[in-house]
Design a protein around this ligand. Structure first.
Ligand SMILES: Cc1cc2nc3c(=O)[nH]c(=O)nc-3n(C[C@H](O)[C@H](O)[C@H](O)COP(=O)(O)OP(=O)(O)OC[C@H]3O[C@@H](n4cnc5c(N)ncnc54)[C@H](O)[C@@H]3O)c2cc1C
Length: 477
């Protein structure tokens, strides 16, 4: 029977999947991509926005082609020259420009597939339901009531949007979802007192973009922990020798299980070989949640050129080996690691030095402050009252920059997921996300259940997409 693939959502995950399908070839069939947004292939992060909204990651790990570390850098070529982060020694471009790379890669994949005889079409509509119509066929429904059939379905619907933790939705001056910043920051008067809920990468995007627009009022990052993202260090070209998927697979084969202590031993070996002090490294990491965030940021900015590999190895392998190792960890070890959630997120999703320098400058000038221990925020009398461990204060504007919980169901995919659960075609994973109960249903991206507790990166999504392409093509053989 002819292969018929439906791809729901056209963001980075769909691009990785199409690129991998084009490379894997197989017998030609039909592909239908469903996407309601006019900004095809860009998904939530990489659509048009301010030039200050930058990619958060160096080029070598922004390739949407799994294991081809130069794919994005080659496309970027001379375009990167204008966007060099001098501290990092790497180009860090506006996310909208990265979106052009995704669009280019998708168009190239579609052209290859068509040359190979595939029929590919894009349907500009949201998928609202699907169910098995026969043992090997799915029927999908879009919001306009149209029906479609497919043999394999890949859900590439992204992750959630920020939750409204303090019930501020609808209050004047509350920005519930900050992206695109070009739209949301435009409405904020330049002298206003702004509270940003969250202190992660989205909060950094907000602060840096406000600064670039000449905001003069005070800005406060409010969070429960007060932990800022770590700062990327200059790449040194070190390839991990011990913390590798091969070593983790070998441990799994030998013992039938991989423990957190096994992973720690691999990291210890990696550092020992480089002559680095493992215990000092761990002590430094564990201070993430207790040390003053401003002192920590200053130290990290000073360490961008520090050639020690410890942090670099963890940052890279959290995304490359982490998701695989996570699945093999016993539950008690997952819980143990989960206790360090803030440290892990701060480490695995660092900010780029050019942004760190802006944040540091604003902290030094006193315009920006970081406040931990927020308990409650209320909208009253046209302002926001913030209640926290350090006392109460008011703000004119509140920008919601919290991370959605891992495995959250994206709003746009709510009806679709409900239909899949009702049909028994998928189940919710207890830790979030969706687990397909059918070998012809696939999930690429943050909705994939059973994944690690850190947000997917482009590198992680590319690896997942390659695995799903392989599974689809193998089923065809
Ligand atoms: C703000 C932000 C910045 C990031 N920056 C980086 C970075 O610099 N480096 C990095 O490695 N990672 C980064 N990430 C992580 C990762 O790269 C992105 O999350 C990535 O874009 C995820 O791609 P995706 O295709 O899974 O999801 P998305 O990009 O969210 O795309 C999902 C698409 O599915 C569509 N969709 C949803 N529901 C339906 C439906 N029912 N029917 C049809 N279509 C549907 C949506 O319209 C959307 O276009 C960032 C994430 C965010 C949120």
């Amino acid at each position: 029977m002819e292969m018929n693939i439906a791809i729901v959502g056209a963001g980075a995950a769909a691009v990785g999947l199409l690129d991998a399908l084009a490379a894997t070839a197989g017998r030609p069939g039909a592909i239908t991509v469903f996407e309601p947004s006019p900004h095809l292939w860009r998904g939530r992060p990489y659509g048009p926005d301010l030039d200050t909204v930058l990619v958060n990651t160096p080029p070598a790990i922004m390739s949407i082609r799994h294991l081809d570390f130069g794919h994005y850098a080659t496309w970027l070529g001379a375009r990167g020259t204008a966007h060099l982060d001098e501290r990092l020694g790497q180009p860090l471009v506006p996310r909208a420009l990265y979106g052009e790379y995704l669009a280019h890669t998708a168009e190239a994949a579609l052209a290859t597939l068509r040359e190979d005889g595939w029929r590919v079409r894009i349907v500009t509509a949201r998928v609202t339901g699907m169910a098995r119509s026969t043992a090997t066929t799915w029927s999908l429904r879009t919001e306009d009531g149209q029906g479609y059939e497919a043999g394999h379905v890949a859900l590439c619907v992204g992750g959630g949007t920020p939750q409204d933790l303090y019930g501020l939705g609808g209050a004047p001056g509350f920005v519930d979802d900050p992206y695109p910043l070009a739209r949301t920051l435009d409405r904020i008067p330049s002298g206003s007192d702004i509270a940003v809920i969250g202190s992660g990468l989205t909060a950094v995007d907000v602060v840096v973009s406000l600064a670039a627009r000449g905001h003069t009022g005070p800005i406060t990052l409010l969070s429960r922990s007060g932990v800022l993202p770590h700062v990327w260090q200059r790449p040194v070209g070190h390839r991990p020798q011990h913390v590798t998927a091969e070593r983790v697979a070998a441990l799994h084969r030998r013992h039938g299980v991989v423990t957190l202590d096994d992973l720690i031993a691999l990291l210890r070996a990696e550092l020992a070989e480089a002559g680095e002090d493992f215990d000092a490294f761990v002590a430094e990491l564990l201070a993430t949640e207790t040390e003053d965030p401003v002192r920590r940021l200053r130290a990290q900015l000073a360490a961008v050129d520090d050639s020690r590999i410890g942090r670099r190895v963890l940052q890279e392998t959290a995304h490359s080996v982490g998701p695989y190792a996570w699945r093999l960890l016993p539950q008690p070890d997952r819980l143990r690691l989960g206790q360090h959630f803030r440290t892990a997120t701060s480490l695995a999703s660092p900010m780029v030095p050019v942004n760190a320098a802006t944040v540091m400058r604003l902290l030094d000038s006193g315009q920006l402050t970081v406040t931990a221990g927020v308990r409650k925020i209320e909208a009253a009398d046209g302002v926001f009252r913030v209640y926290g461990d350090a006392g109460d204060r008011t703000s004119d504007v509140v920008v919601n920059a919290v991370n959605p919980p891992q495995g959250a169901i994206p709003r746009q995919a709510g009806q679709l997921v409900t239909a899949l659960l009702a049909d028994g075609s998928a189940a919710l994973h207890p830790a979030g996300g969706l687990l397909p109960a059918d070998p012809r249903l696939h999930v690429v991206g943050d909705l994939a259940g059973g994944g690690s507790f850190i947000t997917s990166s482009i590198a992680g999504i590319a690896a997942q997409a390659a695995r799903v392409a392989q599974a689809i093509v193998t089923d065809q053989d």
